[in-house]
Design a protein around this ligand. Sequence first.
Ligand SMILES: Nc1ncnc2c1ncn2[C@@H]1O[C@H](COP(=O)(O)OP(=O)(O)OP(=O)(O)O)[C@@H](O)[C@H]1O
Ligand SMILES: [Mg+2]
Length: 182
Amino acid sequence: MIQVRNIDRVLVLGDSESGKTWLAKTMIQAIPQNQLVVITPYPDEFTNVQNRLVTVFPEKALELIIAVLKDGNRFLVIDDFDILFERDMSAGERALKILLVSGRHASIGWLIIARRTTDIPKLMVKQATLLFFFQTNLGLDLQIIQEMFGAQAAYTVQSLNWQNHECLFLDRRSRESRVIIV
Ligand SMILES: Nc1ncnc2c1ncn2[C@@H]1O[C@H](COP(=O)(O)OP(=O)(O)OP(=O)(O)O)[C@@H](O)[C@H]1O
Ligand SMILES: [Mg+2]
């Protein structure tokens, strides 16, 4: 089982019902409650997390992201980023860029969940150290995966077993890559 540490930068991508939130919940179990911050659009998810903001408004989410950047030593989970923010990050470009690029200098790790690779900033894919891709047949998404991780990765993502909640795990640090089921 993969447990993330508070310095990790994690990206989880997959269609609705693929198992993204489930995977995220299992991976953050080792993060202490006082470091964990969750932003989610859904009142019924992450209910056991003390520091949880349920919102669909980017300005509310940004307030919390800016507070996290100020405090440091936090692990920030954003579920369904694509509901909150546009691909060009227009609502909060500066704060989001700082989070993605230099959050680690303030000991801020993140785990960001989104449905489509085409709906998130490319910077997010570039900055992530651990990536999880669930099955997709969507051409533009597969094209981005191919561009960034090679033809074999794109082929693997297309071939994953959807029913079993399989996903492709890529670790940029160790260059490990394997298919996993949580
Ligand atoms: N690894 C798993 N093993 C068994 N069941 C799973 C697994 N992952 C997900 N599920 C089941 O699939 C359902 C959908 O999972 P989950 O809510 O994590 O999907 P999601 O990708 O977050 O969907 P959405 O985009 O709609 O939020 C869950 O209710 C859960 O019951
Ligand atoms: Mg979900």
